[in-house]
Design a protein around this ligand. Structure first.
Ligand code: ATP
Ligand code: MG
Length: 691
């Protein structure tokens, strides 16, 4: 994601008339009902900035909530770009956790109970006690049922009736699920721990039942904003009611067509019923899509117009505002590793063509799909961050860097500015001037660089910030699971991608059983899967690729079918539409030396087994390396962005005589051959390249 500084702070200059109406509405209830990319998040950040700037509310009295840590980070980033600091922008859970920690001594009296990160162990014990099946699948399903019930404010006693009413597909007879649920609650209380849903329930209860707590809270926060309101659960709504009550200073924005957490109890009825609840609310509808090209917008409109049973008020037709761009690309592959390599090749081409890796995302339905993409990107030396980077603060190099920064803060260097002081500490941790080779070394380097860039940002916004302040900022971010943006391709689930945007988006693994996911059986569950595709498509600004593979593993049976949602969208009966149409379907690669089939990215690239001898022209290889260093310096990119070591070796072994032979080397796409082909062929011919 790019931080798009919205430096022009005059709302009239950067907002359309409907957005402006919502931004300038007086304090009180405001509802923005609009499709993806129409500027909902932009509207709320401008509204907050407007209210703060005009002195209607102090920044510290605003609480803005959203649904993922990264989306909360995006809110903060955009607010900072508008010059507003001090607003609390958090996920519901992070906000509740903070409040609960603060109020716990008043409400309960002892040390706050720790939060249970994984509930499966306790669910397993409860299932065992109830004599229920304890297989891994059943336990996971039981945990989901408990989450749904708690998110829907359903107790164990009420579970059976509520589950029947909601047509839940229960993993065990409902009465048995209820017994496991009750047993789980008992074990958890006995262990004096809280699960994520308890954070919400206890926060609401503390505010509802303790007048002192409620008064103190209402003194502190006066203005509430909710992004992605379509995905609020009854438990979150209860917390929100406890926060806002008895005032009505609440702005909500959402898109019912992007409801993707129904499985956890979320319901767009709160969004769609907002004006019934607050009849004086200022209500605004937006239709102009400022994010995506008309090509992407048209695809999004087609996907969502096929949705069944859309509630009234959700039939928005997006109108693209961006100039035209490339048509979305569809591609079918034989197997997942091939799909992943094709995607990684296309990404390498985009990067070579100048698209920053941080502006590219690969989105999939379930986390398990991530791994082949991690491998494929690794093999090409393309940096990436997984699952929104929530694990950032747990990385070894980051923990070590934080220890070193803390130590340095205790005895700060004289007269060094923050950015320099941080860079010096991080240099000791391995942040060299240039990215090192080798993918894990580079991943470590990228995360240290992200820390150093965060220090630059802080120094720019808080001029007198010192190391102590920086360490405090890092602690706060670690607490809120808000990592800095690591410059790399984002690999994330569709659920984690909501609210975000990238120049190029690759939607992968679009097969039946994955999207829709195989356990989506009811009509309603299928519709939620369709909305997930809509969310995925609408993340793309310009480039959109949709792909699928017929078998999971290489050489496996090709029995998978393309996702039903692509029917009518994908060009039909195309045997193998390719991400890179220039290249035909690849025959099985064989070793040039021994003739055996080769597998693995590097071996395929070299067209020989790793164990067979290299016949590289070592003199040419050296000249290619020297040339690469020069080009990388000139373009101010790491050397591997020009060509990886494996690609240079392949060129020096295969000595391509023309462009066709050059692009036949796996990993060299049309973008790279356009850009570097002439140089490379000249080097192969033994010519000198002059600057
Ligand atoms: P989503 O439903 O995906 O969360 P959204 O409605 O919140 O989308 P935003 O993220 O606020 O949309 O806006 C999408 C993009 O369009 C952003 O890059 C934003 O800066 C830009 N944008 C929004 N409104 C305008 C405008 N009036 N003029 C120019 N650009 C705009
Ligand atoms: Mg948004």
């Amino acid at each position: 994601m790019r931080d798009r500084p919205e430096l022009d702070t005059d709302p009239a200059a950067v907002l359309d008339p409907e957005q402006r109406e919502a931004v300038l509405a007086p304090r009180g209830p405001v509802c923005v009902l609009a499709g993806a990319g129409t500027g909902k998040t932009r509207t709320i950040t401008h509204r907050i900035a407007h209210l703060v700037r005009r002195g209607h509310v102090a920044a510290g009295q605003v609480l803005a909530v959203t649904f993922t840590a990264r989306a909360a980070g995006e809110l903060r980033t955009r607010l900072r770009a508008l010059g507003v600091t001090g607003v609390q922008a958090r996920t519901f859970h992070a906000a509740a956790l903070r409040q609960l920690r603060y109020f716990w001594p008043q409400v309960v009296g002892d040390e706050p109970w720790p939060v249970l990160e994984h509930k499966l162990r306790l669910v397993g014990q409860a299932a065992h006690r109830a004599g229920a099946d304890t297989s891994a699948d059943t336990l996971r399903d039981l945990a989901s049922e408990i989450e749904w019930a708690k998110g829907s404010l359903v107790t164990a006693d009420g579970y059976a009736a509520a589950a029947a009413g909601a047509h839940r597909d229960t993993p065990l007879p409902a009465s048995q699920v209820a017994t496991v649920y009750a047993g789980y609650e008992e074990l958890k209380n006995r262990a004096r721990t809280l699960d994520f849903d308890d954070l919400l329930l206890h926060t609401a209860a503390a505010l509802e039942e303790h007048t002192g707590v409620a008064e103190e809270f209402r003194e502190r926060y006066r203005c509430f904003v909710v992004d992605e309101y379509q995905d609020v659960t009854p438990a979150q709504q209860r917390v929100l009611d406890a926060w806002v009550c008895p005032r009505d200073d609440l702005t909500v924005v959402g898109d019912a067509n992007q409801t993707i957490y129904s499985f956890a109890g979320a319901a767009p009825r709160f969004l769609l019923g907002f004006t019934r609840r607050f009849p004086d609310a200022v209500t605004v509808r937006l239709q102009r899509d400022y994010r995506s090209t008309p090509e992407v917008v048209s695809m999004a409109n087609r996907v969502i117009s096929a949705a069944r049973d859309r509630p009234s008020g959700t039939r928005l037709q997006l109108v693209g505002q961006q100039p035209g761009g490339p048509e979305p690309v569809f591609a079918e592959h034989d197997d997942e590793p091939t799909e992943a390599r094709a995607v990684a090749d296309a990404i390498a081409d985009l990067v070579a063509a100048g698209v920053p890796a941080g502006e590219i995302a690969v989105l999939f339905r379930v986390n398990a799909q991530s791994e082949v993409y991690e491998e494929a990107l690794d093999a090409r030396g393309i940096p990436f961050q997984v699952r929104g980077g929530e694990r950032f603060f747990r990385r070894t190099e980051i923990r070590a860097a934080m220890r070193a920064l803390r130590a340095a803060a205790a005895s700060p260097p004289d007269n060094a500015d923050l950015a320099t002081a941080v860079r010096e500490v991080l240099a000791g941790q391995g942040l060299s001037g240039e990215a090192p080779g080798g993918s894990s070394a580079r991943a470590r380097w990228e995360s240290l660089r992200a820390l150093s860039e965060l220090a630059d940002d802080l120094a720019a916004t808080v001029p007198d910030a010192d190391l102590d302040r920086f360490v405090a900022e890092l602690d706060a971010r670690a607490d809120a699971a808000h990592p800095p943006v690591v410059r790399g391709v984002t690999l994330a689930t569709l659920h984690a991608a909501k609210g975000l945007e990238w120049d190029a988006v690759f939607l992968v693994g679009l097969v039946e059983g994955t999207l829709p996911i195989q356990y989506a059986e009811s009509g309603a569950a299928i519709e939620e899967e369709r909305r997930l595709l809509y969310v995925g498509i609408t993340r793309a600004r310009r480039q959109l690729s949709l792909s699928w593979a017929l078998s999971r593993s290489e050489g496996g049976r090709r029995h998978r079918r393309r996702s039903r949602f692509l029917h009518g969208l994908a060009p039909e009966d195309r045997p193998a539409a390719r991400l890179r149409p220039a290249k035909g379907k690849k025959p099985v690669a064989r070793c040039r030396v021994c003739g055996a089939p080769v597998a693995g990215t590097v071996a395929v690239k070299l067209s020989r087994c790793a164990s067979c001898p290299s016949d590289a022209d070592t003199d040419l290889l050296q000249r290619l390396r020297d040339w690469r260093t020069g080009r990388a310096k000139e373009l101010k990119v790491p050397a591997y962005v020009v060509f990886t070591d494996a690609t240079l070796t392949a060129i020096a072994e295969q000595c391509p005589a023309d462009l066709a032979a050059l692009v036949a080397i796996p990993g060299i796409g049309s973008a790279k051959s356009d850009r570097f082909g002439a140089d490379v062929l000249a080097l192969v011919r033994g010519e000198q390249i002059t600057g």
